[in-house]
Design a protein around this ligand. Sequence first.
Ligand SMILES: Nc1ncnc2c1ncn2[C@@H]1O[C@H](COP(=O)(O)OP(=O)(O)OP(=O)(O)O)[C@@H](O)[C@H]1O
Ligand SMILES: [Mg+2]
Length: 190
Amino acid sequence: MLRQRGCVLWFTGLSGSGKSTLAVALEAALLGAGHAAYVLDGDNLRHGLNSDLGFAPADRRENIRRAGEVAALFADAGLLTLAAFISPYRADRDAARATVGAERFLEVFLDAPIGVCEQRDPKQLYRRARAGEIEEFTGVSAPYEPPETPALSLDTSVLDTNACVESLVTLLRQRGFVPESAPPAGRGAA
Ligand SMILES: Nc1ncnc2c1ncn2[C@@H]1O[C@H](COP(=O)(O)OP(=O)(O)OP(=O)(O)O)[C@@H](O)[C@H]1O
Ligand SMILES: [Mg+2]
């Protein structure tokens, strides 16, 4: 029915690297082209499903474990699932890949230098982390382990949002999750 194959695009990167911005922009582009897409964002899950978890390594692991399980369900339902989580630990991302299934899990590394992310600081989190108000902040007082073989790396300090979205749509087409060309407008209306 959906004329697409469910998958998970897993965005990983530092705070401020552009995960949420790109997930939302890509979702809009995909919906506009007639594809069913849905964003799963770390911030949103932490308000509800994962509100009992903090930022110590074991809690981060559980955060990503649950996110991987939910993402797998959305992919099963046929959606292009856009998962935006810092997910700093390689082992946790690998576990999510195993849950979702490697053949439909595309790891996208938002590879912006920490200096740029800190300069952006859209949520003023770096400022608060540097002031000692936030403990275990990724890149400042907690580690980030970059992917070794991501499906795609995007340096968002060099590429603008539109260029990133274009690369992501191309990736989805190349991997066969959406058809090479969009269905003609009005299909199914007659
Ligand atoms: N190419 C780009 N892609 C994405 N964001 C960009 C790009 N260029 C500039 N930006 C800016 O970088 C910031 C990224 O913030 P965003 O909230 O998306 O980061 P995040 O990775 O979701 O962080 P967090 O982990 O804290 O949720 C935004 O202010 C956005 O406008
Ligand atoms: Mg975000």
